[in-house]
Design a binder for this molecule. Structure first.
Ligand code: G3H
Ligand code: ZN
Length: 283
């Protein structure tokens, strides 16, 4: 069923595993991620960036599609529908009004006082309606949805303010991770993770999950991460499979057949990811 992230993240933090946020882009993507979660008996968070939401026709379309798929596919594992990197109160409000069960408000590009204020406003609106909220402090490197940023480590006191004053349910504390592919091995602030996790008590969220080696994923989970976001990796495997299909078959034109290998690749990679994060059989 569709629910917010509070319960799933509390269980994950307790049980030392992470719930995956897998970002979706279209119908096939959503079917593939739901199929993978059900097959692994795992909770899952469907991440929708503002850009992907717009691409699919707006948050109202996304919410209607997800609700109907959860029902028609007989999905029994916990599923959250989450706005990824919401940029304003209006954007978060529209997602919640449409039926998203969770939102991220990313005020990390604003001064901390503004970040706390806008995050608090979203938390008040969301909590009254049963939705959960993720906030961000520090900046994740790389580019996502056209937004490019340098790496800026989260400040411990600022993290504490977003958790205590704004009241978020999950905290994205940027500590060296990058959106999009890593050039070389990721260099993450593992000491800071532990410190911020203990100081704030909030479940931590790791952005830029694509391409982080398993051993670093495990260390991040041990140090307080209960949610890890993966977007780019699914895009890469989807496109590679579709490209191979088209290269191998110059007669195919039915879009369902064109996209089928891409969908299968997402199911496979999503299942591997859920297993790597330790959430299989935790539904
Ligand atoms: O918010 C989404 C994630 O941080 C995705 O990062 O595309 O590098 O996997 P990624
Ligand atoms: Zn992100």
């Amino acid at each position: 069923p569709l629910e917010n992230m509070v319960d799933m993240l509390a269980k994950a933090k307790d049980g030392k595993y992470a719930v995956a946020q897998l970002n979706i882009n279209n119908l096939e993507w959503t079917q593939a991620v739901l199929e993978a979660a059900q097959a692994e008996n795992s909770p899952v968070i469907l991440g929708v960036s503002e850009g992907a939401g717009k691409y699919m026709g707006g948050p109202e379309v996304v919410a209607a599609m997800v609700k109907a798929l959860v029902e028609n596919m007989n999905i029994t594992v916990p599923v959250a529908l989450h706005l990824d990197h919401g940029s304003s109160f209006e954007s978060a409000k529209r997602a919640i009004d449409a039926g998203y069960t969770s939102v991220m408000i990313d005020g990390s590009h604003h001064p901390i006082d503004d970040n706390v204020a806008m995050t608090k406003q979203v938390v008040e609106y969301a909590h009254e309606r049963g939705a959960s909220v993720e906030g961000e402090v520090g900046t994740v490197g790389g580019t996502e949805d056209g937004v490019t940023a340098g790496i800026n480590y989260a400040d411990k006191e600022e993290c504490k303010r977003i958790v205590d004053e704004a009241g978020v349910d999950a905290l994205a504390a940027a500590l060296g991770s990058v959106h999009g592919p890593y050039s070389g091995e990721p260099v993450l602030g593992f000491d800071e993770m532990k410190e911020i996790s203990e100081y704030t008590g909030a479940p931590l969220v790791l952005h830029g999950g694509s391409g982080i080696p398993e051993e670093q994923v495990k260390k991040a989970i041990e140090r307080g991460h209960a949610k890890i976001n993966v977007n780019t990796e699914l895009q890469i495997v989807f496109t590679a499979a579709v490209r191979e299909n088209l290269n191998n078959d110059d007669k195919v034109y039915d879009p369902r057949k064109v996209l089928a290998p891409g969908k299968a690749a997402i199911v496979e990679t999503a299942r591997e990811t859920l297993r790597m994060f330790g959430s299989s059989n935790k539904a």
